[in-house]
Design a protein around this ligand. Structure first.
Ligand SMILES: [Zn+2]
Ligand SMILES: [Zn+2]
Length: 729
């Protein structure tokens, strides 16, 4: 018998061949019908997968997932990718399958096929999918030994899968497949019980992609879709997309002159135009003031650091693929680096290549004496590494943390210096794939509102509480009232984390305690922590119901260890500080991009790049207009005057289109009485008021950071899936 522990703690006994479905059936047939998949520990499995006893004999923790669980939506979406691929294979000849993972709100599948897919094909594919769904055939799992798996894929003429089995999956002895009618796909799963569970889906778009992201490899077609358990959820999602299109920061950013991205500078590099820079500057000033008030100290650090600095921090070569390649001062640097990586990966390693490498490296000035003496891969690598250490290599900085750690280390620290809170608007660089770039939201150069707090173990709880408070204050100041916190914890079964067991437990407990006491809406996500510590992410809901991951607070017991950071305690002994990374905005690029969409470009008064437009009725009041402009400017407002000879209606229309909060309309009467016919962008005419009254009223609006209307109507929030996960090998 198997002992199974249900989420409420009860332990039930089931036969050895029990599945989540049979467990559900024992509880009730309605539950059995509703079950989509199941969770055992951190793993999501098929409802029909036999449950395996734990080696230590403890009961199997089982959670049955129904349509209401966010994890189920992800399972549905990957299953939809299979159904879509099946439909495509029925409709078009010679389709080779690549990968078909889930993404936020949907899924895609990459195909290698001669027919070029266009939007005109979508309806036909959807119809075929509907036919598959109507038959409601089950998803059946089976496993094969690696060689047999390769043969099966060969028989099915799935060349890409064969290649993947032979290269990427070379270390797997057994591989899983899912069969759905005539359609068989190499897949880790899990899947929904049968295709009939798919109630609402739509093919969204098609784009080009490459096999394993390699641009020199075969060109694939990526077909995107979305899937939901309910037609009404699909509709809510489509409504949201429709509204999002109107608010697209890439369109508004260009129209309003906020930022510019040009291939002449480089994809993913944001040029802040004067108006966008104004918004960013206001946000930075605001945050800088808040941080100074809360005991943070500003620092600056360079855009480069030695590769060794990031080796110490662990950011290199761990994250090498997402970083810009190192800058080598020595001519042979790049070659030596490339050869060292070949040796490490055991790829193309042979005497012939080695001779070629040595010849080329020597031409470039590499002194090969030590390398030639070395025997065996390890000592050859050691010789290369030593040469590299003696020849400077730099990284454009992927992270600010190592620099701040060095600032901590620059002088002896005592417990009286702690907590030490260092902040910097630090620009970092990430090598994002071209296809992943998205306006300001996903860029290659980004400025984090970064800070690192160095404190004692006893101060962690208080510092974490303070950072949470600061983040809440900052978000609410820009009108983002609707948010929750995701606490990312480690997957206890994984070994990818660095740092001691004791430190992890301490950190996770402190974070949980603070969040529980804060009254914030929070959830925990096991296995989502960074490799160096648990973290809390703020998930913000915008005015059209979309969720954004913004501010983050991250504990780190690891970097202080790696950088050997110390302070002298009250006991006169050396102690290790704890480090907290935090960024309430995340990055200025992403935050401003998000705000553009949230406000649909119409920033609140305190952030508007242009707050007031003075519109004289005719040339006769131009002098008064200039005088007013001067007054408003001196009072600290961002104001412009429209002195064109155009009709005042045209001036007002243009100011409306520029999304300026207020218009000051002035004619001879206003000039005479020193007043303003004030117009509000949203509510229209506000009547004629004395200048002093207008100044006081607008100053108050700025000081209180009042938020004006952000959306025309309420939007239904479609259910959220868990973070997309890879169902692929
Ligand atoms: Zn799959
Ligand atoms: Zn950091």
């Amino acid at each position: 018998m198997l002992d199974i522990q249900l989420p409420d703690g009860t332990v039930v006994s089931h036969p050895d061949d029990a599945t989540p479905l049979s467990v559900a059936n024992a509880i009730g047939s309605r539950l059995a019908k509703a079950v989509v998949a199941a969770q055992v520990g951190a793993a999501i499995i098929d409802a029909s997968r036999p449950l395996k006893p734990f080696a230590n004999g403890s009961p199997i923790p089982l959670r049955l997932l129904t349509e209401r669980d966010p994890e189920a939506l992800d399972v549905l979406r990957h299953s939809s990718a299979h159904i879509m691929a099946r439909a495509v294979m029925r409709l078009y000849p010679d389709v080779s399958l690549a990968f078909g993972p889930t993404i936020s709100n949907g899924f895609y599948y990459d195909f290698l096929m001669p027919h070029k897919l266009t939007e005109e094909d979508f309806a036909k594919i959807e119809q075929e999918m509907a036919a598959i769904v109507a038959k409601a055939e089950p998803f059946e799992q089976f496993s094969l030994a690696r060689q047999d798996a390769a043969s099966l894929c060969k028989d099915m003429k799935q060349g890409l899968k064969v290649e993947h089995i032979e290269t990427g999956l070379a270390s797997h002895s057994e591989l899983g497949f899912y069969r759905q009618g005539e359609f068989v796909d190499l897949c880790r799963g899990p899947h929904i019980p049968d295709a009939g569970r798919l109630k609402a889906f739509k093919i969204m778009s098609v784009a080009g992609s490459h096999w394993k992201g390699n641009t020199s490899g075969p060109q694939l077609q990526r077909l995107y879709g979305t899937a939901w358990f309910d037609k009404k959820d699909l509709q809510a999602h489509l409504d949201q997309l429709e509204e999002a299109k109107k608010r697209d920061h890439r369109v508004l950013g260009k129209k309003l002159g906020l930022y510019h991205i040009t291939p002449d500078v480089g994809q993913g590099f944001c040029l802040w135009m004067p108006k966008g820079a104004r918004v960013r500057g206001l946000l930075e000033d605001f945050l800088r003031r808040e941080m100074l008030k809360r005991g943070y100290e500003p620092v600056y650090s360079p855009h480069l650091g030695r590769v060794e600095l990031y080796e110490t921090s662990g950011h290199f070569p761990y994250y090498r693929d997402s970083q810009f390649p190192p800058l080598f001062v020595h001519d042979a640097g790049a070659l030596v680096d490339a050869w060292a990586r070949r040796l490490m990966e055991d790829e193309d390693f042979g005497p012939k290549q080695e001779t070629m490498f040595l010849q080329a490296a020597e031409v470039l000035g590499f002194d090969s004496a030590n390398y030639s003496k070395a025997e065996g891969k390890e000592s050859k690598l050691a010789a290369l590494n030593e040469w590299q250490r003696n020849h400077e290599r730099f990284l454009v900085k992927p992270m600010n943390c190592p620099h701040h750690a060095q600032i901590f280390k620059a002088q002896p620290r005592s417990y009286r210096d702690l907590p030490l809170r260092l902040f910097e608007f630090g620009t970092v660089y990430r090598y994002e794939q071209t296809g992943e770039l998205n306006g300001m939201l996903r860029v290659r150069g980004l400025t984090q509102d970064d800070a690192h707090i160095f404190c004692t173990a006893d101060q962690v709880e208080e510092e974490f509480r303070n950072t949470i408070e600061l983040t809440r204050f900052v978000l609410e100041s820009v009108g983002l009232q609707d948010y929750r916190v995701q606490l990312s914890l480690r997957d206890p079964k994984s070994d990818k984390y660095v740092g001691s067991e004791e430190n992890w437990q301490k950190a996770e407990a402190a974070l949980r305690k603070v969040l529980e006491e804060s009254g914030l809406n929070f959830s925990t996500a096991e296995g989502e922590a960074a490799f160096y510590g648990p973290k809390a992410d703020f998930m913000v809901r915008d005015c059209i119901g979309r969720h954004w991951q913004l501010g983050t607070v991250q504990l780190d017991y690891n970097l202080p260890e790696r950088f050997d950071l110390e302070y002298t305690g009250a006991d006169n002994k050396s102690h290790r500080p704890v480090m907290i990374h935090r960024a309430p905005f995340g990055s200025m690029e992403r935050f401003v991009g998000m705000l553009i969409e949230h406000f649909a470009g119409a920033f609140p008064m305190w952030l508007a790049p242009e707050q007031i437009r003075i519109c004289p009725l005719s040339e006769k009041t131009n002098d008064y207009a200039v005088e007013l402009e001067k007054r408003f400017t001196e009072a600290g407002f961002r104001v412009t005057t429209d002195l064109r000879g155009a009709k005042v209606q045209a001036k007002i229309r243009d100011a409306q289109l520029d999304l300026i909060p207020y218009m000051a309309v002035i004619g001879p009467k206003e000039a005479e009485t020193h007043s303003i016919a004030l117009r509000d962008r949203i509510s229209g005419e506000l009547g004629t008021k004395p200048v002093d009254e207008v100044l006081a009223m607008l100053s108050e609006e700025v000081a209180s950071r009042r938020i004006r209307k952000v959306a025309e109507r309420k939007f239904a929030e479609p259910p959220q899936a868990t973070e997309p996960s890879s169902h692929e090998y």
